[in-house]
Design a protein around this ligand. Structure first.
Ligand code: NAP
Ligand code: FE
Length: 369
């Protein structure tokens, strides 16, 4: 009997290299003549990506308008504003520039542009009309959102972040250029970089991992390992910035197939209630997650450590501690509430081992008290 079967679907065209947005601007022409740019307040300009994008659009005679109001951890209300603008302007496609927040918001805007629904209905996962095509340009090396079908939005009524997804939400094309990440301050480089690591590690340790997703995870973890000295020191040379961006991309491809695990499920509460950046929220839980998972999949945890060039889990925890220091101290009531909230998510079910509320309680307690 064949023991393992798998589906593989990665419909995003990835173009990687310096200046590819400018040198391959003609790639954009296939998506139409009107484009809505979706960005945050500053990062698109700061990174130099907006300048390259407008040059590329002009060179192809593509008209554009700009929604530059995406907040960090975008809310349903925030993406609704972008949706309103898209319905007014009627673009043929969306060009998203930024970290995961603008990239995820763009997926919601692309859907609301063609479907006049209330933003909370995005979670139905079924849309009468196809979302607009999306071109994505990451300016952080972290989420891999440029190659995932996920959009993670803050839902205030549920006091958490929730993901919606659809196969059509994979961006059609992604331009990866490390230069756009070069001005990232070190604290954001670390936060976002650890999100990438978290995707790679959670994906590799997921119940849904396959030999195929493992290839992407292993390559990504090995590339990430080359960045450890720079991340610790607080300086990354161009080659390492590039490695981190590719590792993030490979992490996105991995979780598009495996999903994330209990780490992301718990991390959402740390972000929602304590404003801890997404990657840092995952990172501070990873050490205890590895300890728990080693009880069920020791060989896999050992592989992660080997690829990272680390000898044991303590060395991993020391690395995270070096990058973030002490992040937050939770009390018993908070721990109970966050564990209970995470239990309701599908990510928890993708983790190996029997993950009960007690297990989540223990992971939070050991990580954050
Ligand atoms: P982010 O929230 O997009 O950005 C964090 C901060 O970094 C913002 O202040 C942003 O400025 C700034 N920034 C971005 N690029 C910069 C640059 N090149 N130079 C200087 N500053 C820059 O952070 P993120 O970690 O990339 O994304 C986090 C979001 O992605 C969360 O909502 C998370 O849940 C989601 N996520 C999605 C997936 C997925 O598969 N779709 C996976 C993991 C996480 P601006 O405000 O000006 O933009
Ligand atoms: Fe993430």
């Amino acid at each position: 009997m064949i023991m393992q079967s798998y589906n593989f679907f990665m419909p995003t065209k990835v173009i990687h290299g310096e200046k590819v947005l400018v040198t391959q601007a003609e790639q954009l022409a296939q998506y139409g003549k009107k484009c809505l740019l979706v960005t945050g307040k500053n990062s698109a300009r700061l990174s130099g990506a907006l300048d390259d994008a407008t040059k590329a659009l002009k060179s192809q005679d593509i008209d554009y308008e700009h929604f530059d109001g995406v907040e960090n951890n975008p809310s349903l209300e925030n993406v609704a504003l972008g949706g309103d603008m898209a319905r007014r302007y009627k673009p043929d496609f969306i060009l998203a520039i930024g970290g995961g927040s603008p990239l995820d918001a763009a997926k919601a805007v692309a859907t609301l542009a063609t479907n006049p629904i209330a933003p909370k209905e995005l979670y139905s996962g079924k849309f009468a009309e196809k979302p607009l095509p999306i071109a994505a340009i990451p300016t952080t090396a972290g989420t891999g959102s440029e190659v995932t079908p996920y959009s993670i939005l803050t839902v205030a009524s549920a006091e958490t972040k929730r993901s919606f997804s659809a196969p059509e939400l994979f961006p059609k094309i992604a331009f990866l250029d490390w230069r756009y990440t070069d001005k990232l301050p070190i604290h954001i480089t670390r936060d976002t970089g650890v999100d990438a690591l978290s995707h790679l590690v959670e994906g590799y340790l997921s119940r849904r991992a396959t030999g195929t997703s493992d290839m992407f995870a292993e390559r990504g973890i090995r590339l990430w390992a080359k960045c450890i000295p720079g991340l610790k020191k607080g300086e990354l040379e161009p080659e390492k910035r590039d490695h981190l961006l590719v590792a993030s991309n490979l992490g996105g491809i991995t979780i598009s197939h495996t999903g994330t695990t209990l780490v992301h499920a718990l991390g959402y509460s740390l972000t929602y209630y304590h404003d801890i950046p997404h990657g840092r929220a995952n990172g501070v839980l990873l050490g205890e997650y590895l300890r728990f998972t080693a009880n069920h999949a020791k060989e896999r945890v050992d592989n992660v450590l080997t690829w990272l060039g680390l000898t044991d889990i303590q060395e991993f925890s020391d690395l995270i501690n070096h990058l973030f220091g002490s992040v937050v101290a939770l009390d018993e009531k908070q721990i109970k509430a966050y564990a209970a909230k995470a239990m309701g998510t599908s990510n928890v079910g993708f983790s190996q081992g029997d993950v009960t509320e007690k297990v989540l309680n223990e992971i939070l307690t050991k990580s954050l008290t």
